[in-house]
Write a protein that binds this ligand. Structure first.
Ligand code: PMP
Length: 383
């Protein structure tokens, strides 16, 4: 007898009930309200609203159109893409840059082009979802190693002797805000001939003088290293990039499916990111302003300062985290709220980010408010 599967309506209702039961229901996105103090965005340097960046977006759209019109290898490569790739190279110290339509597709493209059958992938346990998706798509077997733990990575690489291995980490982690021990991880990878991919989504514009952590550590340009980044956080635009030595760029142009089969980055985004990269390279005081504000947030919230713009405040559970976020929203302060399944260690957190363009006293006041809401929440759960 033919069995009928559950109806789609029933299946959706079941999924929704399960999310609510686990306290992981996400509400529909709320429209941004510019009267709020936004300590949730990734626009760390405030460049998305910088008049020079906005003017560059407008100029590129007027000159080249609203869209690139084709994939890069057909007729979608425009002078603004070349300018963008040059400005990213200048900012980060890498000889070659390749633009993608997002940081997500940069990771998918780089990982799938570099790994694949016959290779193995090792991911840091806190690596971004896009790196996990990329690993799955690559069809390589993959495992995670303990977060920021070069000794665990070394032990796993020992067991993979003779296998071509791609190791993927972030430079500054997106939820915890902590920095990877990149020099040590790089040395371990070198000892085992593994290729190290570093996602600098949260490092560019913030680490070092703004050129990213790889650059600050003098590792830019190394042939056994490759960097991916987004243009949508510190650079205030949209898009992604892979930074590498020239032979790697040639390989990606020929093999990265998210480069080959995707329309070229929209001219406005490319123009904006080009200008933003030039500004970051010229104005190291922007990164310094982020660090100053990050220290204020950590002090006011009573936590140890993390290396990046992101400061992470642990909460008792997902429901407490959501309640705190909502209370802060009602008081005019926006913070991020991360909970399972987005946090690999299961600890729900408020994510409070420093922004260079917010006055220090506003940041201090808002962070003080975060502290009082978090403390009250902790007291209530003790009762
Ligand atoms: N990598 C990391 C570490 C990220 O945090 C993000 C954005 N959340 C991405 C990649 C994806 O970048 P994009 O938003 O440009 O697709």
């Amino acid at each position: 007898m033919k069995t009928t599967p559950m109806s789609w309506d029933q299946w959706l209702a079941e999924r929704a009930a399960l999310r609510r039961e686990r306290g992981v229901e996400r509400t529909d996105p709320v429209l941004r309200d510019d009267t709020m103090i936004d300590l949730a965005s990734n626009d760390y340097l405030g460049l998305s609203r910088d008049p020079r960046v906005v003017a560059a977006a407008v100029a590129a759209a007027e000159r080249y159109g609203a869209g690139a019109g084709a994939s890069r290898l057909v007729t979608g490569t425009l002078p603004v893409h070349r300018d963008l790739e040059e400005s990213l190279s200048d900012l980060t110290g890498w000889p070659a840059a390749l633009a993608f339509s997002s940081g997500y597709t940069a990771n998918l493209g780089a990982v799938t082009a570099l790994a694949g059958r016959g290779a193995h992938i090792l991911l840091d346990a806190h690596a971004h979802a896009s790196l996990h998706d990329a690993a799955r798509m690559s069809r390589s077997p993959y495992d995670v190693f303990a977060h920021n733990d070069p000794a665990d990575l070394d032990a796993r690489l020992r067991r993979l002797d003779g296998v071509r291995v791609l190791v993927a980490v972030e430079s500054i982690y997106s939820v915890l805000g902590d920095a990877a021990p990149l020099a040590e991880l790089c040395a371990v990878c070198r000892a085992h001939d593994a290729l190290l991919l570093v996602d600098e989504a949260h490092g560019i514009g913030v680490a070092g003088e703004g050129g990213g952590l790889v650059h600050a550590l003098g590792l830019a340009g190394a042939p056994d290293l490759v960097v991916t980044a987004t243009l949508s956080k510190s650079l205030g635009a949209q898009g992604g990039t892979v930074l590498s030595a020239p032979p790697m760029r040639d390989h990606l142009v020929n093999s990265a499916r998210t480069f080959i089969f995707d329309t070229g980055l929209a001219p406005a985004a490319a123009g904006a990111a080009t200008e933003a990269a030039r500004i970051v390279a010229r104005e190291p005081e922007l990164a310094a302003a982020v660090h100053e504000r990050a220290a204020v947030i950590a002090r006011e919230c009573g936590i140890t300062a993390a290396a990046g713009a992101v400061q992470s405040v642990p909460m008792q559970g997902p429901l407490e985290a959501v309640a705190a976020r909502e209370e802060l929203r009602a008081a005019g302060v926006l913070v991020g709220c991360f909970r399972p399944p987005s946090v690999p260690d299961g600890v729900s957190r408020l994510r409070v980010t420093a922004r260079a363009d917010l006055p220090l006293e506003h940041v201090a006041k808002a962070a003080g408010l975060v502290r009082s809401v978090v403390d009250r929440s902790a007291e209530m759960s003790l009762r």
